[in-house]
Design a protein around this ligand. Structure first.
Ligand code: XMP
Length: 183
């Protein structure tokens, strides 16, 4: 295990099992749309969701497209949200589509609010949201989200795509860090 890790919240095996379940739930809902000629567009919110979305889409055998967006809210060495800012991307052909926004973690809800509102301006047929993690805090609990992987304590976590100052995204487990590593 990496020296900076304090404890493992979810092992790679637990994540894989839960992502498979989430994929199945989303796939079942997409199947229910099968009679509709409407296209499905996944919108991963980068950079944190990159590992999650790579695993998730391989549980979705449907015809779908992917249009990434880049949003930052924890720039550099922050462990508190500095407010969501769109850094790039945003697919511009979402009118009439079924959109699924995929993010790594729901914390204050600012990122999903921003992304959802911007996407809604294009008048998609429907917008759903999927997060791998949801923190145990009022703003996160009250945000309407369609698919949640795991509920976690209100702690800063890294690994499986999540970072601190852009490090630790490559850790296969979701972990907390030792205080000394958060400098
Ligand atoms: P909001 O507050 O907008 O947060 O719901 C969503 C974005 O903030 C980042 N975030 C974290 N990143 N460990 C991280 O590595 C965390 O514990 C954490 N909490 C929030 C993340 O980019 C997410 O998309």
């Amino acid at each position: 295990m990496h020296d900076d890790v304090d404890r493992v919240l979810f092992s790679r095996d637990a994540i894989a099992a839960r992502v498979a379940e989430l994929g199945q739930a989303i796939a079942d809902d997409l199947d229910a749309l099968a009679d509709h000629p409407t296209e499905v567009m996944l919108v991963p919110v980068l950079t944190g969701s990159m590992v999650f979305v790579a695993d998730l889409i391989r549980h979705l055998p449907h015809k779908l497209r992917i249009g990434v967006m880049s949003v930052s809210s924890y720039p550099g060495r922050s462990i508190e949200s500095k407010g969501a800012l769109i850094r790039g991307g945003l697919p511009d052909d979402l009118a009439g589509k079924h959109v699924l926004i995929v993010d790594d973690i729901l914390d204050t809800g600012q990122t999903l609010t921003l992304v959802r509102d911007i996407i809604a301006e294009q008048r998609p047929a429907e917008v759903r949201t999927c997060v791998l993690l949801r923190k145990d805090r009022e703003q996160a609990r009250s945000f309407p989200v369609d698919y949640v992987g795991f509920d976690i304590p209100d702690e800063f976590v890294v690994g499986y795509g999540l970072d601190y100052n852009d490090y630790y995204r490559n850790l296969p487990d979701i972990v907390t860090l030792r205080t000394e590593a958060l400098r």
